[in-house]
Design a protein around this ligand. Sequence first.
Ligand code: GTP
Length: 758
Amino acid sequence: MGLRGIGTYSMMIRGRHLLKHGIQLSSCQIQRYYGFVPDNVKSLRMVANPDVSKIRNIGIMAHIDAGKTTTTERMLYYSGFTRMLGDVDDGDTVTDFMVQERERGITIQSATVTFDWKTHRINLIDTPGHVDFTLEVERALRVLDGAVAVFDASAGVEAQTLTVWRQAEKHRVPCICFLNKMDKPAANLSFSMESIRQKLKANPLLLQIPVGVGRSFTGVIDLVNSQQMIWKATSREDNGRAFETKPLSQVENSDLVQEAQEARAALIEQVADLDDEFADLLLTDFSDNFDAIPSIKLQEAVRRVTLAQKAVPVLCGSSLKNKGVQPLLDAITAYLPAPDQRHNDLVRWYKEDLCALAFKVVHDKQRGPLVFLRIYSGTMKAQTAVHNINRNSVERLSRLLVPFADQPVETSSLTAGNIALAVGLKQTVTGDTIVSSKASAAAAARRANRDQGLETKAGVILSGVEVPEPVFFCSIEPPTMAKQADLENALDCLQREDPSLKVRVDPDSGQTILCGMGELHIEIIHDRIRREYGIETHLGPLQVAYRETVLNHASATETLDRTAGGRRHVVTVTLTVSPVDHASSGLATLEEETERQMSAEMKDAVDNGVQSSYLQGPLLGYPVQGVSTAIQSIGLEPGTSLAMVSACVSRCMLKAMKKAGGQILEPVMSLEVTVSEDHLSSLLGDLAQRRGAVRDIQSRHDSKLVLATVPLAEMMGYSTALRTLSSGNATFSLQLDCYSAMEPQHQRRLLQRVAGLA
Ligand SMILES: Nc1nc2c(ncn2[C@@H]2O[C@H](COP(=O)(O)OP(=O)(O)OP(=O)(O)O)[C@@H](O)[C@H]2O)c(=O)[nH]1
C-alpha cells in the first residue's frame, strides 16, 4: 500500500468510525471521502477485462435477515477486497452503504460489487429481502446469470424466499442454496432440505454435511472432493481465513465418515439419475465401485444439472462465525454459469456490436446519474457516444467504472458479460437498451426482420422490468413554497432511480402526491429527501390507493352550450356505461354509425374525454377500472372546438357513472405469516379483526405458516402489531393479490370518513 493508500485506508476507517458513532454521511459524501480508486483493491487484475468464461454475474437472494449482507461481507473479505470484516449489527458493511441501510441494518438498494476469487471475476448484486423492495430483486434478477439463495438453517424456506425463488425461475436463473446460521442451536439440515423440496419444489443436491451442530459446528465435509474442512480460531484472531483440510480417509470420527460415505453415495446416485453422461460413465468405467469416480467428473456433472436447472447444489455454513464461505465461493465458480452459457435470443442480432441493458440508475449529486448496465455483446468504452434505443437519443458516456459498492474503480473499456457503471448518460432510465449507434440498432433490426420476421425498425430492445402498481400514497409538502422547486428536483432524481415510486399532482388541491409500494418504502423516500437533498418535508397521512367501478348499466345525455373566444360551441353527447371485469382498465367503443361519421381528430377528442373521466371516479376521485363505455351519438353545431367535445364527453361520463351507482374497489393483499404455535390463536384473532380471510394453515417444523388475504387498508402498522402479539417471533410477507369490491358497510364508513363525518 503506497502513501496514498494509507491515506485512503485511514479515511475509510474514519468514515466507518463516524458512522458507528452516529455521525451521518450521505452516500455521496462517503464517495467523496474515498475517491474513485480505492487503494484497498487487491490487484490490477481487478480492473482488467477477464475472459468471459471466468465471469460470474451472481445475485444473493433470501428472506429478510437470512444473512445475505453478512455472507457478502465475508466474500469480500476472503477475496481480499476488504481488509476488515464488516458487521451488519455494527452498521459498517460495504454493500449496505446508504446511511439508512447502516442504521436500520437492512439492504435497500442493490449494490453491485465486483471482486476476484482465485481465477474468476465475480460481479455480485446484493438484493434486499424486504417485500417493499421486490422490484429491486426483479431488476437484479433480470441481469444475473446465477444466484445464491441464502437460508436461515433453523427456518428453512421462508415466505420471501419463495417469492424471490419464483422470480428467479421466471428469469431461468440457475441457483445454489446456502444453509446459513448452522451455528444456531435450532439449525436443522434435514428439515431445511425437506423444505427446499416441498416448498420450492426443487431438487436439492446435498454437497456438504456439517461437522458438529449448533455451537459446536466447526466445519463441513465436502462430499464432492471427499474431504473435511474445519475452521479453528487461531490464537491471534478468529476471522475464518485459515481452515484445515483433511481427506475423508484420515478423519477419525468413524460415525461421521460413515455418514459422509452414505451421503456421497446418495449424491452420486441422484446425479446419475439426472445426467445421462455421468450415468454412462458410472456404468462403464466405474461399475464395480461407484465411489471411485473422480471428483472432477462428479463436479462436472453437478455443474451440468445445475445449469440445466434439473437440481440445486446445497452447501452449509455460518457466515457470522466465519465458516463455510470459501467453499461457497468455490461453488459459485464451479456450478453457476458464465455469461456466454446463458441464452438471450435478442442479443444475437447485435453480433459483435455493443448491446447493454440499463438495470439501475443511482443519482449522485456531483456526477449526475450513474447508470448500472449489463453488457450483453460488444465492448463499452469510456469517452464515446452511445445510442439509447428506447429514448431514440444519442448520449455521451464520459466515464466507465467497475462498480464496487460506493467506491467504483475507473476503467477505459468493458466487454460482454460484465456489469458496468456509466457516468454521463443523462436520459437513460431503468430498462433502456443501449447500443453503439443508430446504425447498429438498424442493422440488428434488419437481421431480426430477415431471419425471424420480427417487425422492428428502430432496433431490437431487450425486455425491461415490470413495475408493479403502487398501493399506498400520501401528500408531501416542502417547508416553504420557496423549496417546492428543490423538492420537485429531488423527486425527479428519486423516480429515475426507483421506478416503483410514482409522483403526481392532485388536480383539485394542487398537492404533490407520493405513491409507493408500502409504508417502509414511503418512509425511506421521506428520509432520503431529508438527508440527501437537505429538505425537511411534511408527509400527509398514508392512504390506500383505492379504485372505483360502477354497479349497473346507465345511460346519460349531456349538452354543453358555451361561448368562448367569441364563438358559440354547442355539443350533445349520449353514452352508456356498463360494469365489466374488475381487473380490466376502462374501455370505450363507438357505435358503428357514429364512428363512420367521425373524423380521426374527433375520435381522439372523444377518447380523451372518456379517458380523463376514468382518471377520477365519481365517488372519491380514485381511478376508474372495470367500466366499458359505449358512445351512442354526438351532435354538434359547426364551429364547436374539439376541446369542448372532450369536456362534454367527460361531463356526460360523470353523470352516467353517478347514475350507474359507484363501487369502491380496494387492494387486497396476500399475506403469509410464520408464527409459533403458542401465538397462532392471537394471530388469527387479530386477522379476523382486520377483515382477513385465512386460506390455509400449514405446519412447518415447530411453527405454523398462515396464508391469508387481507384488505390493505387494515394492514397499516402491521409489522409493529405483529411484533407485539408474537413477542417478536413472527415474520410476514405481503403482496398485492387483487382489487376487490368493498363490502357496503365498509364502503359507507370510508365515504363518511372522507366526508369528515366519521
Ligand atoms: N447466528 C447467526 N447469525 C447470523 C449469521 N449470519 C447473519 N447473522 C445475523 O442475522 C442478522 C441478519 O443478517 P444480515 O446479514 O443483515 O441479513 P440480510 O439477509 O442481509 O438482511 P436484509 O438485508 O435486511 O434482508 C444479523 O443480526 C446477523 O448478525 C450466522 O451465520 N449465524
